[in-house]
Design a protein. Sequence first.
Length: 280
Amino acid sequence: MSACKRLFLIGDPVGHSLSPAMHNAALRACGLLWQYELLETPRARLAQVVQRLRADDCVGANVTIPHKQAIIEYLDEVTPLAQRIGAVNTILRRDGKLIGENTDVYGITQTLREANVALRGARVVVLGAGGAARATVFALAAEGASSIGIINRTEERAHALADALRQHHPHLHVTVNQNDALASAHLIINATSVGMMPRSDESPLPAEVRLARNVVVFDLVYRPRLTRLLREAARAGARTLDGLGMLVHQGAAAFTLWTGRVAPVAVMFAAAQQALEEEQ
């Protein structure tokens, strides 16, 4: 019998992740005797953990908070998409090389597509300026958003992301830390970890913000599935989307890259949903 192949999730923290439940269910459904495992990775150990990915039993990995940008310097290659975004969430081990890719873009656009959220011409505000936010703004720009506002606690990081976005989309209207953009937005996306357990009593929106009733509020946080942001947005009359679809679709795209198989999306969604329900 051949040795078990392994896939990993690199991040800090990772104990909350539904990815093992989701991917191991998909692997079983495809008849693959592989294992998806968590690798808790403090920043000081990132280089050491990346070396683990070079072992013969490793097929690839996912990368989550806070390493989506820092991981790039340790990889052999980065795809043009991931290079443009400046963030990697998926690693493939091919012919002894580690190749960085970004499937978050697909996860975001596919989730919004399935929810029939119109993106062409949309005014969008993205909360955050880290790896998930980078994928989000580039995905929305490619889909034809008319303006993108970036709001982030550290203004320097927000300006850096805005500059990178303008470089590739020079005609796009991009603003930084303009809270008044929230009142006229068609779509607001939380790409921060605020609202994620154990910070589930927090919201990334300033308390004084009043949302338009027709706005769509999309929270990339999936644990808890109903965040404070989404609860308050629903009370204000907004349409809400949680982060579970995003998790599944980015994971499905990664699964196909690793295995060469069509990802069993329904199996992955059911496994993630079941894992959430078992906690309650």
